[in-house]
Write a protein that binds this ligand. Structure first.
Ligand code: ASP
Length: 350
């Protein structure tokens, strides 16, 4: 499409961007109170940015999102992308777990070329320095740019926050209160007035856009065909993957009790380059022997975790089930392991 105003489906899920509290204050508000139409009223020059169709999906804080919400949101985006009258999708979301939703959608949505964007706010609509309307405007402006000049390759899932455009692997919340809560050196573009200044192509590595689209579709078909399952509740569609965060003086017995019976997979956020304290090695061996998959990540925000390094399981039996997270955060690792195990299960059963 050239020059025309893009047709954007706006899907709202709640979060601070739709939050309301005492007038003038940034904290002590309730998330998910303002409807999409009211949010759009605060966007100056909306008519020149987009023709917006609104879909209110949830009204909750992102800390309360479950697998069911993720699957329903994915489906809502898929339906919008399949509509020939839709040029792109914008999702409003809470900031707290936005990076998890972004990564899940990046891996499970098909590469249609139509841009999908998530945006959020750190201050509720009622705060003196509310950032929601500005982020909404910037997201619509960025979508317009992406609709007019589609990048030739690469992902089509983006996050817009405080004028910066992030790919799904780049985005992580780093500040609990500041409006530029996602600021880090790894962003793909910067929005300046009405155009995107591109800085780099988003990194993907092995986690390419749509990598698990087919597996998700197959899983959903099987789920729907299984009369025992509740088709509107997807909380057990993907395996439960607990995340264990390492620190000094770790109580391995307590963690062992929490991991009984052994789950299909566990993410261990080790220290530094994914080092796991020796006190936990016995439990790790027990889990591996029980058939559990482990992804070794790090609680340290920057720098990859490789298979080698501080990993004594390299050459041992069951080492094939000991994976390294690379550049994924522990929270991204959880989603990656869920989807890898879903795919593996389908390969075994086929
Ligand atoms: N708790 C809120 C949420 O994630 C925080 C926010 O949106 O900034 O939904």
């Amino acid at each position: 499409m050239k020059n025309a105003v893009p047709r954007i489906t706006l899907i709202t899920t709640g979060g601070t961007i739709a939050g309301l509290g005492e007038l003038g204050f940034s904290t002590g508000y309730k998330a998910g109170q303002v409807g999409a139409e009211a949010l759009l009223l605060g966007v100056p020059g909306l008519e020149g940015l987009a023709q917006v169709k609104v879909q209110s999906l949830f009204s909750i804080g992102s800390q309360n999102l479950t697998a069911t919400h993720a699957v329903l949101l994915r489906q809502a985006i898929l339906d919008a992308l399949e509509d020939v009258n839709c040029d792109g999708v914008l999702v409003t979301h809470g900031t707290d777990t936005l990076e998890e939703t972004a990564f899940f959608l990046h891996l499970t949505l098909p590469a249609t070329g139509k841009p999908t964007m998530l945006t959020a706010a750190m201050r509720p609509a009622s705060a003196a320095s509310s950032d929601g309307a500005g982020n909404l405007r910037d997201a619509l402006q960025s979508l317009k740019s992406l609709c007019h000049n589609r990048p030739k390759a690469g992902p089509s899932l983006w996050v817009l926050m405080a004028s910066r455009l992030y790919g799904a692997l780049e985005v992580s919340k780093r500040n609990a209160l500041a409006p530029d809560a996602f600021h880090n050196q790894r962003h793909s573009a910067f929005l300046l007035d009405d155009h995107l200044e591109w800085i780099s192509t988003p990194i993907e590595g092995e986690w390419t856009a749509g990598r698990f689209f087919e597996s998700m579709e197959t899983a959903l078909k099987l789920w729907a065909a299984d009369t025992e399952s509740h088709t509107d509740n997807f909380d057990t569609l993907l395996p439960e993957i607990p995340v264990v965060v390492c620190h000094q003086d770790l109580n391995a017995q307590r963690i062992g009790r929490m991991l009984k019976p052994a789950p299909m997979g566990v993410v261990i956020a080790g220290v530094g380059h994914g080092a796991i304290p020796e006190s936990l090695h016995g439990l790790v061996n027990t889990l591996l022997k029980a058939g559990c998959w482990i992804m070794r990540a790090s609680r340290t925000p920057e720098g990859p975790v490789f298979v080698s390094g501080e990993n004594p399981w390299n050459k041992q039996a069951f080492a094939g089930r000991m994976l390294a997270a690379g550049r994924l955060s522990p929270w991204q690792s959880r989603i990656a392991l869920q989807l890898l195990l879903l795919e593996l299960d389908q390969v075994i059963k086929s």
